[in-house]
Design a binder for this molecule. Structure first.
Ligand SMILES: *[C@@H]1O[C@H](CO)[C@@H](O)[C@H](O)[C@H]1NC(C)=O
Ligand SMILES: *[C@@H]1O[C@H](CO)[C@@H](O)[C@H](O)[C@H]1NC(C)=O
Ligand SMILES: *[C@@H]1O[C@H](CO)[C@@H](O)[C@H](O)[C@H]1NC(C)=O
Ligand SMILES: *[C@@H]1O[C@H](CO)[C@@H](O)[C@H](O)[C@H]1NC(C)=O
Ligand SMILES: *[C@@H]1O[C@H](CO)[C@@H](O)[C@H](O)[C@H]1NC(C)=O
Length: 460
């Protein structure tokens, strides 16, 4: 098994090196960006969720990464990271194929860029569906490099060589490849020679898989039965799809392409919208697909995305977020261990823990922590009231999205910072950088309970 893995692994490393060194020049060229780039929901590029990075992907916003106070020293960092930019998943590859055929055979009229739409070559295949892309490897390499700059005393060569930097990943190949790319970024930043990495790669040492942690949602029976496989639980999504805002978007697409409304499925509307996002995030190209939706329509498509995630992964149902208890406890156990080791003068055994998973990993945990909760729920009939909402997945859950917990030792005690996509977030009722004791008070009930087995079992 290990032997068989080696060649792919080596080829991969050579490729990574090539990609990241060639990127430096590319970064200097100012790129065209689609008008709707901030509304691509979970297909948003990381640097469009934080335009600070558009000019320089390795830039650090100094005021965003400050310690709680100048005298504090960081003692531990947990970073929970979504995989980088990926190819469309199998279902979306299918939707793209259907749309492409429909446009080529049925679209007519005087839309100026119709010939370009018809000439577009569909290059998405089932073979690469869901795979990490070269841009996605770049996402992770760049994130790793920024984190080395942000936490220079934690992400050190010595901590890495002495295995005080730990990795956990979902078993899904795009996550494993994201983990490898992140490690590549660390290796380049810290000038760690290739042989260490090859060695680690061969023995799988730096990428232990744990789906109990990173894919808790896939094994939670109550979540599967009562929400994910239950149409009633996500009825707001269906109602919105059939409602006035979505119908208007659907109708204008039908008018532009002069294809009867009934012949354009919702899947095709979705494919037409996200093709712009895929071509842009994967290839850096602004294609004619981007012209089919104006800003107001993009906001409707984005809302449809958030609505689905709200009911399937977020505040919509308690089991959605309670299923992340295992990850919650894993984080707080590690913080406790780090504090105890630090207090007793021992070296902290896990100085950094990097956990790579999915949007479905991050959203429930962010929700369990009480982040991005609006005053009103997301429903089919309150699109307008929710036009500016905290539950904004384009902003919070782009490719390579991350939730970080940074633990500091300060003169007045231990302090904990949460950051989302490298920017400060305040926990409900607390300031940014609260004392760790205050955080424990806030989550006292969860720390004592929040048992995922009880939460996920169907028989109670
Ligand atoms: C930098 O971070 C600070 C603090 O989070 C934030 O207020 C500011 O908007 C950020 N600057 C840019 C240019 O993104
Ligand atoms: C992972 O990377 C290897 C090596 O580059 C590549 O062959 C494989 O297709 C990638 N898999 C995914 C799912 O991204
Ligand atoms: C995965 O993580 C869970 C929760 O922390 C832990 O109980 C389990 O032992 C881990 N599994 C492996 C294979 O490491
Ligand atoms: C369009 O819809 C009509 C009515 O449902 C149907 O008869 C026709 O076959 C459809 N055409 C295409 C190209 O799907
Ligand atoms: C989500 O955040 C982006 C910035 O990344 C912003 O442009 C957009 O208006 C926000 N959307 C909502 C619905 O608040």
């Amino acid at each position: 098994m290990a032997k068989k893995h080696l060649p792919t692994c080596l080829i991969f490393l050579v490729f990574l090196g090539f990609f990241s060194s060639s990127h430096v020049n590319a970064a200097a060229i100012k790129q065209e960006i689609p008008a709707n780039a901030e509304f691509f929901n979970t297909k948003t590029r990381y640097q469009d969720a934080d335009p600070f990075l558009r000019e320089n992907i390795l830039a650090i916003n100094v005021s965003a990464v400050k310690p709680p106070a100048p005298a504090c020293i960081p003692i531990h960092l947990t970073a929970i990271i979504r995989h980088g930019t990926r190819f469309p998943t199998a279902g979306n590859v299918e939707k793209i194929a259907i749309l492409d055929k429909l446009v080529k055979s049925e679209a007519k009229g005087d839309l100026s860029y119709l010939p370009e739409l018809k000439a577009w070559k569909n290059w998405y295949t089932q073979e690469t569906a869901g795979h990490l892309t070269a841009a996605g490897r770049g996402d992770q390499i760049h994130l790793a490099k920024r984190l080395v700059k942000t936490f220079p005393t934690l992400l050190t060569k010595s901590n890495l060589l002495n295995k005080r930097v730990k990795f956990i990943t979902s078993s899904v190949p795009r996550c494993i490849n994201s983990t490898l790319a992140f490690q590549q970024g660390l290796k380049e930043s810290l000038s760690i020679p290739g042989n260490l990495f090859r060695f680690s790669c061969r023995v799988h040492e730096l990428k232990p898989v744990n789906d109990t942690l990173m894919r808790f949602f896939a094994s939670c029976e109550r979540l599967l039965v009562t929400v994910l496989n239950n149409k009633e639980a996500v009825v707001q999504v269906t109602l919105f799809e059939e409602g006035p805002e979505m119908s208007k978007v659907h109708q204008r697409l039908s008018d532009q392409l002069q294809i009867p409304y009934a012949n354009i499925t919702l899947g095709s509307v979705e494919a037409a919208y996200y093709l712009c996002a895929y071509e842009f995030s994967i290839l850096g190209l602004v294609t004619p697909w981007c012209k089919l939706f104006d800003r107001a329509e993009a906001q409707v498509m984005d809302y449809a995305g958030d609505l689905g995630l709200y009911w399937k992964r977020g505040y919509g149902h308690e089991v959605n977020y309670m299923s992340s208890c295992v990850l919650f406890h894993n984080l707080f156990n590690r913080l406790e261990t780090s504090i105890n080791q630090f207090k007793s003068g021992q070296p902290v055994s896990e100085v950094v823990n990097v956990q790579v998973g999915h949007a479905e990993t991050l959203i429930p945990l962010m929700t369990l922590l009480g982040l991005f909760k609006g005053k009103i729920s997301l429903d089919a009939n309150n699109f307008a009231e929710n036009l500016h909402r905290p539950f904004n997945c384009s902003k919070n859950v782009p490719f390579a999205a991350n939730l970080m917990a940074a633990l500091w030792s300060c003169p007045d005690g231990f302090r904990l910072q949460f950051r989302v996509n490298e920017n400060p977030v305040a926990l409900p009722g607390l300031s940014y950088s609260p004392l760790y004791e205050e955080v424990k008070k806030l989550y006292a009930d969860l720390l004592q309970g929040c048992n995922e087995e009880e939460v996920c079992r169907m028989s109670n």
